[in-house]
Every structure is written in structure tokens, then in C-alpha cells.
Ligand binder design. Structure first.
Ligand code: WTA
Length: 636
């Protein structure tokens, strides 16, 4: 590797011979070449490793691009491959899930036990009239019942829509209404950082605004009093209790036979308008893409204990806490609460206690833990760790080195995985056998093709900044935006016809390594969470004192980006510190605590184009003291 091309002064990290000797995939180049020469053959070989009720006729159908289809004609069900397949083998007694609550409670599920709970809950859903194709909203804390609910939906062919448990009333309302869910599954509350999040009360308030929900199923996590509406609200434990469960079919439930292209779930994510879009994923391609990437990148072995510290409410949790680990028959660990509760050694104590081999988390969490110093991790034996992973935002070299030295003891390669809600699976990522450069997600996964292009779609020179695009379809790709296929085309496929536009800017160095810079659209990544400026603005404008608002992201040491907002008050309202606090609380109540602005500035006007569009770019430049760039379209 040439030194001039490396944009990081500290050079690259070469995998040790024993990592290479033990790796599932020994040569990145060989796999990449195979996929380049025969993309359908490459993915078909991966798909062969699953159970299909009927084999596909065509691996990839491009005839209606960009509405690509994968494994066309194939029949399967992802849950059949996550559970049914394993319980028919010795794996029925293997641990599928180890869970620890924030209060120290521990629960474990073998594949047999997980399958039993999923079957029982699938029967509950069927008894409520939920059918193939129906949408079910899941709004829960990080408890085992969350994956159980997701898997139960998928088992009967219902489409789950998980809403992150840190979102609040209006965010939940919008997602319930857009998905037209008849059933909402929630908890009485959840524990987070020693406090209780009142999930059920938030559901009640959202349902006052939304009309479609007929049934609410409430899992009792806290045990405190919550209002239950007769005829609408049901306790999970009562529905799952013996008498009712037996009447509904007990521990047995047929897995619905699905088309490979049938929808599996939708997941709302932020884009350029105030209305979040529901990204749609399917049973077949998503299964093949997520399982293959997990197995190759995290190199999972039968006896590994793997921990993805994300939240199941985001894509990382869907793909790499719930589906992929079960598909490959792994043992996963899941933790309910905050990394620093009650002390900053919580994560490291659990790595030691459970003997975690592979840890996958976000740079923001690492930066948050770094500031407490090395003594906290050093109190624990972390020698079980073999591989580390990072996701959600660029990992700054300082955090990379800390992760590598203090947590990995310089023995663990770091898999920096770049991907999106839309891509479903890792896209640009190392394999353990690849040389690493801190801060680079390295090269595309075999079968994935990426490039960095200019405004016209032409590739830029090595080292230059440009737009990151994907130039070939991949099996776990989103199929559309639910109920909005036009937006799917304009958002992702229109800027550069034939190429998928990621919304990110990046550089590619002379070694072909990708360096992700960040979003170029109206998305802000706060602590790795994806939020839209328009959502934050519309939450602000829903307050009676606010006439107009603009939100931007500015660099933040721990969160990566922090939300800064500019607010024009309606006549008759005076700026004050009390009003600032009130507005922050209002955004927290409507959208969720993660969306609370770091800073609110009252302004008499906002920079706009002559057509009235807010120029957030100008606000950012002014806040950072940078040149304002082209402002010829700025209104006088
Ligand atoms: C960013 C999360 C740099 C990127 C899986 C992307 C990253 C957005 C990385 C998607 C990474 C994700 N390095 N940036 N390793 N991983 N991103 O949909 O801006 O929540 O477009 O999916 O996160 O966020 P999303």
C-alpha cells in the first residue's frame, strides 16, 4: 500500500497470521473477483445455504429497474430459517439470546425457548385477526419480547414497523397513521439510565391523534400503574398465559409460506421532508444479504458470543441483533439500558461476565465512555474479545485507537461498517483479513460496487471529495418506500440514473479505500441516530409561540453532531431562557429526547432562497465562521 495515498498519518493495521488462519473467508480479493465475474452466481451460492420451500427461478430481475427483484419465484420465510430450521437440529438447546436488564436481571432463551415464545405470540396475533400483509407497530423498550414480537409478525407474514422506544408522541403518531397499523405492541414502561420511560402513556396520547389502532398489547416490564382501556388494551402475560395460549394453538404455529419478494418489515427513517419515509424490506434478499455479511465480516463461529449494542428499533438492531444472528445460529447478547449505568464500567463488566467475543457498537458510545478514562475498562478481563465493530457515523482516529488499544488490547481488528437503513446490510466494510486504515470503512463487500462521483455523475480523482453512489443492486436493498414508489425513484435513483444515491459524501484513496465524510442532505446524525432537520423544525413550529424554525447539525465532541436551531417567534412572544427550556421540552415531548436541540437561538429572520427555501448551508457556514459559498440565490 503506498504511503502517499494514505490520508491518515498513523498508517495501516495488518491482520495477524492467526486471524487470517481462522477466518471464515481467507481472501477478500478472491470473493470480490467471483462476485464481479458472476454476480447472480455469487449470491445464488449464498442463498443455497438456506431452506426454501421452493427454489427461485431468477436470481436477479432487473427488467423493471430500479424496482429490482431478487430470488424471483422463490418461496421461503425468514423465520423458518431463523428458528424452525435450528430447532430441528442439536441447536434447539443452544442459547439464542442472553439478556441483561438495566437492573441486573438476567434472562436466557435457547433456540427452543425462543421458538416457543414466538409461536405462542404468533398465535395471539392470529387470534386478533392479524393476517399476511397486515402492518403491526411495535413500540417497546429493549426487552426480549421486542424480537419475539418482530419474529412472530414475520412468522405469520405480517409486516412489522418498529418505532424506536426513544421516540415520542408525534413521531409515534405519524408512524402509526402512515402504516395504518391495527395492532400496537408496547410496554408499560422501560428502564433507561435509571429512569422510567412512560411508553404506554405515550401510546395513549398518540392514539388520541391516530384512529387506525384497534388493539394494544402491553408487556409488563416495570409493574407500575398504567391506564388500560377495556376492549382495546390487553396484557401480554395474560394473552400468553396457559389458558389463552392453549385455546389459540399452544406452542405450535405454522410458519407462513412467503414469496421471496413479500414484505418483511418497514422501518421509518428521516429524509428531506418532515414526513419520515417507510423503507420496505423483503423476506428473501434481506435474509441472504444480512446473514452473509454477518458471517463474513464478524467471522462468527458456532461457539462465539456476539453482542451488538445497538437498539433493535433501528436498522442495526433489525439486521444484526435480531435477524442475521439467528439466521447463522449464533448466541447473541442483548442489554437493556445505558452504557454508564450505574457506573461507566457497565459494558466492560458484561463483556467479562458473559465472555463476549465480538462487540459491535457506535463511535458515539465509545467517545462517551472514553472521557471516563481507561481505569474503568482496565478493571475487567476483556481477553475474550476477538473482533470489534463500529457503525453509524465515521469513527474518528482518536476513538479508533482507544477502541483498538484499550478495549481490543491491540489484538482485535476493527470492522468499520458503512451502511444504511435503505441498504439493509453492510455495504462498505473490511473483512477480518483486510488491512485496516483507522477512519476508513475500507472497500465494498464482495458483490457491492461503490464509487465517488461529481455533480454530473462522473468519477472524481483519487483523494477528491464527491458523492457516494452504489452502482450495482444487492439482495438486501430496499424495494421501495411504502405507499410512495415515486419518492423511491426520485430520492435514490434520479440524481444519477442507474446509480443509487446514498446522501453521503466521501473520498476514495489510491488504494480504493473509502473515507466517509458525512451527509450532504437534510439528515443529521446525532449520537449515531438519524434525524431529519424537517422533523425537528415541524416539532418546533407545532409550538404556539413559534412562527418559523430551522435546524442544522454542528460538530459535537461526543455526539458527532448536535442540533442547533434558529427560531422566529410569533408576534407577541418575547425571547427568554424560560421559553428556550419550554421549546426544548416541547421537541422532546413530540419527537423524543434524542431530538432535543442543543441550542436554540431566536432570530428576526432566516436566510432563504427567493423561492422561500431555508438555506441551512448558509446558517451552518455562519455558525462555523466559514465562507458562505454561493449565495446568489439568497433573498435580499
Ligand atoms: C452514516 C445506520 C461513516 C452514513 C446503519 C449513512 C456511517 C447513515 C457509517 C445511515 C460508517 C453509517 N462510517 N458513516 N461506518 N455507518 N454511517 O440509516 O451517513 O441510521 O448514510 O443506518 O449513517 O444511517 P442509518
Amino acid at each position: 500500500m503506498s504511503n502517499e495515498s494514505s490520508q491518515e498519518p498513523q498508517g495501516c493495521f495488518v491482520p495477524s497470521p492467526d486471524v487470517i488462519a481462522n477466518a471464515n473467508i481467507k481472501s477478500y480479493e478472491a470473493m470480490a473477483r467471483w462476485a464481479q465475474e458472476d454476480l447472480p452466481g455469487f449470491w445464488a451460492a449464498q442463498a443455497e445455504q438456506f431452506e426454501w420451500f421452493r427454489k427461485w427461478d431468477t436470481v436477479l430481475d432487473e427488467s423493471n429497474a430500479p424496482f429490482y427483484q431478487w430470488f424471483v419465484g422463490g418461496k421461503t420465510n425468514i423465520v423458518y430459517n431463523c428458528l424452525d430450521r435450528h430447532v430441528a437440529t442439536w441447536r434447539r438447546n443452544k442459547l439464542a439470546l442472553i439478556w441483561e436488564g438495566e437492573n441486573g436481571e438476567v434472562r436466557t432463551f435457547s433456540y427452543h425457548a425462543l421458538n416457543r415464545e414466538v409461536c405462542k405470540f404468533a398465535n395471539v396475533l392470529r387470534s386478533m385477526g392479524v393476517k399476511k400483509g397486515d402492518r403491526v407497530t411495535i413500540y417497546m423498550g429493549r426487552v426480549p419480547e421486542l424480537p419475539i414480537a418482530m419474529l412472530a409478525c414475520a412468522k405469520i407474514g405480517a409486516v412489522h414497523s418498529v418505532v424506536y422506544g426513544g421516540f415520542s408522541v408525534e413521531a409515534l403518531h405519524g408512524r402509526l397513521e402512515d402504516s395504518e397499523s391495527n395492532v400496537c405492541i408496547t410496554c408499560d414502561g422501560s428502564y433507561m439510565n435509571g429512569k422510567i420511560v412512560e411508553l404506554k402513556r405515550i401510546v395513549d396520547e398518540a392514539l388520541k391523534r391516530a384512529a387506525t389502532v384497534e388493539h394494544v398489547i402491553v408487556f409488563k416490564r416495570i409493574g407500575h400503574d398504567v391506564p388500560m382501556e377495556q376492549g382495546r388494551d390487553y396484557w401480554w402475560h395474560e394473552l400468553m398465559g396457559l389458558p389463552v395460549a392453549r385455546a389459540n394453538g399452544g406452542n405450535r404455529c405454522e410458519t407462513e409460506i412467503m414469496d421471496a419478494e413479500d414484505p418483511l418489515f418497514m422501518l421509518y427513517t428521516s429524509g428531506t421532508t418532515g414526513k419520515p419515509k417507510a423503507i420496505l424490506h423483503t423476506h428473501g434478499g434481506y435474509m441472504v444479504g444480512t446473514a452473509t455479511t454477518l458471517k463474513w465480516v464478524f467471522d462468527l463461529k458456532e461457539d462465539d458470543r456476539y453482542w451488538c449494542a445497538a437498539d433493535p428499533g433501528w436498522i442495526t438492531g433489525h439486521s444484526y441483533i435480531v435477524y442475521a444472528p439467528l439466521l447463522v445460529g449464533a448466541t447473541s447478547f442483548m442489554y437493556e439500558g445505558a452504557p454508564t449505568y450505574p457506573y461507566p464500567n457497565r459494558w466492560w463488566s458484561m463483556v467479562e461476565k458473559y465472555g463476549i467475543n465480538v462487540l459491535y457498537c457506535a463511535p458515539t458510545a465509545l467517545r462517551g465512555l472514553m472521557r471516563f478514562g481507561e481505569a474503568w475498562p482496565n478493571r475487567h478481563d476483556l481477553s475474550s474479545l476477538r473482533l470489534l465493530g463500529s457503525v453509524g457515523e465515521p469513527i474518528n482516529p482518536e476513538a479508533w485507537r482507544w477502541y483498538h488499544r484499550v478495549i481490543g488490547k491491540e489484538n482485535c481488528p476493527i470492522m468499520d461498517t458503512w451502511w444504511q437503513t435503505e441498504t439493509g446490510m453492510f455495504m462498505i466494510t473490511p473483512l477480518p483479513v483486510v488491512d485496516l486504515k483507522p477512519g476508513s470503512a475500507t472497500r465494498p463487500f464482495p458483490g457491492v460496487e461503490a464509487d465517488v462521483v461529481d455533480e454530473h455523475g462522473d468519477p472524481v480523482a483519487a483523494g477528491d471529495e464527491g458523492y457516494l453512489v452504489l452502482t450495482k443492486p444487492w439482495p438486501a436493498m430496499l424495494r421501495t418506500i411504502y405507499r410512495d414508489p415515486d419518492r423511491y425513484v426520485t430520492q435514490y435513483w434520479s440524481k444519477y440514473p442507474g446509480k443509487y444515491f446514498t446522501g453521503d459524501s466521501a473520498r476514495k484513496d489510491a488504494d480504493g479505500y473509502f473515507w466517509i465524510i458525512g451527509r450532504v442532505d437534510d439528515v443529521i446524525k446525532v449520537s449515531g441516530y438519524r434525524l431529519g432537520t424537517a422533523e425537528i423544525e415541524s416539532a418546533l413550529v407545532s409550538h404556539h409561540a413559534v412562527a418559523e424554525a430551522a435546524a442544522i447539525g454542528l460538530p459535537h465532541e461526543i455526539k458527532g453532531n448536535a442540533i442547533h436551531t434558529y427560531v422566529i417567534l410569533k408576534a407577541g412572544n418575547e425571547p427568554s431562557d424560560a421559553l428556550i427550556e419550554e421549546l426544548k421540552a416541547h421537541v422532546g415531548h413530540e419527537l423524543g429526547p434524542i431530538a432535543k436541540p442543543e441550542k436554540i437561538t431566536f432570530v428576526p429572520q432566516l436566510p432563504k432562497t427567493r423561492s422561500g427555501k431555508i438555506m441551512r448551508r448558509v446558517l451552518r457556514a455562519r455558525a462555523l465562521g466559514l465562507p458562505e459559498g454561493d449565495i446568489t440565490t439568497l433573498e435580499e
